[in-house]
Design a protein around this ligand. Structure first.
Ligand SMILES: Nc1ncnc2c1ncn2[C@@H]1O[C@H](COP(=O)(O)OP(=O)(O)OP(=O)(O)O)[C@@H](O)[C@H]1O
Ligand code: SF4
Ligand SMILES: [Mg+2]
Length: 311
């Protein structure tokens, strides 16, 4: 039996907003086998980054359990947590936060090799230079300049990619890794991630783009207001989305020869609902039951799950 790289079980993450608790994740569960790939998909504020950071132990859950590379990361020693994180690669949504600004570009990528792999500085710099070249950063002035002064946003994101991958991580968390790239570089970044998957890494990708999810990962989880609306094989979801929310996400995306449809949803800021279906205030088909009870997630075809009373 293949082992899981990540198991997330009934995970709740709550933040204080004013005097109230705001639940950014509400009991989500999923798992990822070693060597497999998964996308977390949803609109802004759906909880993708929170799920990513909680999976790495960077945010403590309010309830639930995360097992990362076989380690119960919320019930282990600090040393074990650090050791486990060193086996992971994390490309943060905001590369400005994830690279030490005062280091040179070369040292920013060499640093994890010195810390996590115990390489000496010279060897680490040579390896970092190769990795940066793979990620499209070859200019000596940029390599030797300080991160703070010498990199554009897109370059910073590629340096963050190099820094995350240089240690050959067992699992990669890539939070919107192409968001600052022009069209010509996006494919390159996905190709680099795929190379690591081929070598055995697992991948958790975060995106709002169902096409990207289907191109890059085997499975997708569709999140809305911290709950899973639909989950299953990425290509199947792209071809035959079932949940009204997934259909709306797809309608809103441009595609070759495809007219961008206005999503057939109720307009306006969606109300954050604590009871009933979270999607009710946007749903074109809500029924009485939807306001009272939250639909459970159920398997509608092998491996394809959806949370909706009408499906
Ligand atoms: N530290 C925090 N304190 C309070 N609220 C937070 C905090 N971090 C996230 N949130 C809230 O949790 C919700 C989920 O945020 P999250 O960043 O996970 O969304 P996301 O799906 O990654 O969005 P985006 O696509 O914009 O990156 C949002 O409503 C956000 O405002
Ligand atoms: S459960 Fe009801 S409100 Fe929620 S998506 Fe289905 S029909 Fe719409
Ligand atoms: Mg995010």
């Amino acid at each position: 039996m293949r082992q899981n790289a990540l198991e997330v079980s009934e995970l709740w993450v709550s933040f204080e907003k004013g005097s109230k608790a705001f639940h950014a994740l509400r009991g989500i569960s999923f798992s990822l086998e070693k060597g497999q790939t998964l996308s977390l998909v949803g609109e802004s504020g759906s909880g993708k980054t929170t799920a990513t950071r909680a999976s790495l132990g960077l945010i403590a859950p309010t309830k639930g359990k995360v097992t990362l590379l076989g380690v119960d990361i919320n019930n282990c020693s600090k040393d074990k947590l650090i050791e486990t994180r060193r086996r992971c690669g994390y490309i943060s949504q905001n590369p400005y936060d994830s690279i030490p600004p005062t280091l040179t570009t070369l040292d920013a990528v060499a640093e994890p090799l010195v810390i996590c792999k115990g390489l000496n500085k010279k060897t680490a710099r040579e390896r970092a230079k190769e990795m940066l070249s793979v990620c499209g950063i070859v200019d000596e002035v940029v390599l030797n300049g300080r991160v703070k002064f010498s990199l554009s946003g897109g370059q910073k994101q590629r340096v963050a990619l190099a820094r995350a991958l240089v240690t050959d991580p067992e699992i990669i968390f890539a939070d919107e890794p192409t968001s600052m790239q022009d069209a010509s570089n996006r494919g390159d970044i996905l190709d680099i991630l795929q190379e690591y998957v081929k070598k055995g890494s697992s991948l958790v990708l975060t995106t709002h783009d169902l096409y990207l999810a289907a191109a890059a990962t085997e499975h997708s989880i569709i999140l809305f207001h911290g709950k899973i609306m639909e989950a299953g094989p990425s290509k199947e979801i792209l071809k035959k989305p079932l949940h009204f929310y997934t259909k709306a996400l797809l309608d809103a995306l441009p595609g070759l020869g495809k007219k961008i449809k206005k999503p057939s949803l109720k307009q306006g800021e969606p109300e954050y609902r604590l009871s009933g279906c979270p999607f009710l205030t946007r749903c074109p088909r809500g029924i009485d039951k939807c306001s009272k009870t939250c639909p459970p997630i159920k398997e509608v075809s092998p491996g394809h799950f959806v949370a909706c009373w009408l499906l």
